[in-house]
Design a protein around this ligand. Structure first.
Ligand code: 13P
Length: 250
């Protein structure tokens, strides 16, 4: 069965609630006929207004972070139940910005993945190498290690429902995109790793995105690759360009 493409915007720390509403209104008519699944992953404070603004549309809601805990004395955190109650379906886990600036390590991210799955949220699990790692030739080993660590204790059925985003750190927000061959090589290695951990059936079902300076000019070539099932879009998700990516096949 063919995997449906999934194009997700990661808004990062952008858009106030009123700006978020305006962006959803701008994009709504532009993305409404997409064949791909469309997801907006938005800042916590925008979740409720965006949920309201996308009601009845083809857009799904995502969060940018989740607590590994259920509830209680964890100041500043947001639980899976809070996200679910607000209508969230997807949650980004392990973005390189959280790994780098907030020191989230694989053991912690593994707990977040398990918590999201236990509660019925779909993780968009991010992985990616630095420029130094790519130049040292250790990219594939590094990615395999991240995936294996972050998926500890995840069942095959749960893994099949997930999304993995390959985001080379050197391509994020830099304007430098991985070539479609570079991106495909790593996305295929991720799928092969899923076969190693689970089986080929699980690997055929899991969806793997590319992220890192994806834009209208390069998305078609990237999305044509056999192991690239979508995109995780940063800068271009904040404007009408996002709709062009979503409609890459039109
Ligand atoms: P850019 O598209 O701005 O490079 O960001 C990619 C990204 O980090 C998405 O999560």
């Amino acid at each position: 069965m063919a995997r449906r493409k999934i194009i997700a915007g990661n808004w990062k720390m952008n858009k106030t609630p009123s700006e978020a509403k305006a962006l959803v209104e701008l994009l709504a008519p532009l993305v409404k006929d997409a064949d791909a699944e469309v997801v907006y992953c938005v800042p916590a404070i925008d979740i409720v207004p965006v949920a309201e603004a996308i009601k009845g549309s083809n857009v799904q809601l995502g969060a940018e972070n989740i607590s590994d805990q259920d509830a209680g004395a964890f100041t500043g955190e947001i639980s899976a139940d809070m996200l679910l109650d607000a209508g969230v379906k997807y949650v980004i886990i392990g973005h390189s910005e959280r790994r780098q600036y907030y020191k989230e390590d694989d053991a912690f991210l593994n707990r977040k993945v398990l918590k999201a799955l236990e509660k019925g949220l779909t993780p968009i699990l991010c992985c990616g190498e630095t420029l130094e790692q790519r130049e040292a030739g250790v990219t594939l080993d590094w990615i395999r290690l991240q995936i294996k660590s972050d998926l500890q204790g995840v069942t095959a059925e749960q893994a099949a429902s997930m999304v993995i985003a390959y985001e080379p750190i050197w391509a994020i927000g830099t304007g430098k995109t991985a070539t479609s061959d570079q991106a495909e090589e790593v996305c295929k290695a991720i799928r092969d790793t899923i076969t190693d951990i689970y089986d080929s059936d699980t690997a055929e079902k899991i969806r793997i995105q590319y992220g890192g300076s994806m834009k209208p000019a390069n998305c078609k070539e990237l999305l044509a690759k056999p192991d690239i099932d979508g995109g995780l879009i940063g800068g271009a998700a904040l404007k009408a360009d996002f709709a062009e990516i979503v409609n890459y096949n039109k």
